[in-house]
Design a protein around this ligand. Sequence first.
Ligand code: SF4
Length: 228
Amino acid sequence: ADTGELDARVSVCRACPRLVTWREEVAAVRRAAYADQPYWGRPVSSFGPADARILIVGLAPAAHGGNRTGRIFTGDRSGDWLFASLHRVGLAALATSQAAGDGQSLRATRIVAAVRCAPPANKPTTAERDACRPWLVRDLELVRPTLRVVVVLGGFAWAALWPALARAGYSVPAPRVRFGHGARAELPGTGVRVVGCYHPSQQNTFTGRVTEVMLDTIFASAAAQAEV
Ligand code: SF4
């Protein structure tokens, strides 16, 4: 499948009953507040070209971010931080990501989520993570011919990534490297590097656990490694 086909298939997935209920309830309740725009309320597809050299793996769409706008990291504070950083290092056309159709585009970079429906309190269960794995696997297969660097935002996505990489046919190092900001692992025989990065969640950015400099350093180094 190309990205269009994959996106279309993801967007109608209903495999997780709790998340289907939540994403649709949030949409029904909040639609009135955003009456001038369509409220997505469905699984959120990946964003960026299929021949990406850099893959960014996030946790899940935010209830009023991706779940509202239909585009990952779009319309919420985490997205503001992420896209501003990507723009500063030359990977995103615009410094903001407010709505689908805003002209945003990514350079050799694709953003995917470990879980593609907004979870209550931003916390998917491990069963939901596992149910969503085939979509992550498909994305990893898609970018495989060009992939050079995977930047993983947060420990949940880090845990989700390794079994998906193995399922997608990559060889993975053993023992597994522990997640941390700046943690690194090489995928044997591929030249692909996996890098950990603290998630630019509001909690992390408010408390200074993640700063603009920390994000820029990770993404600038990913761009250099991927020769973007
Ligand atoms: Fe489907 Fe993933 Fe959404 Fe579950 S979280 S319903 S597997 S798209």
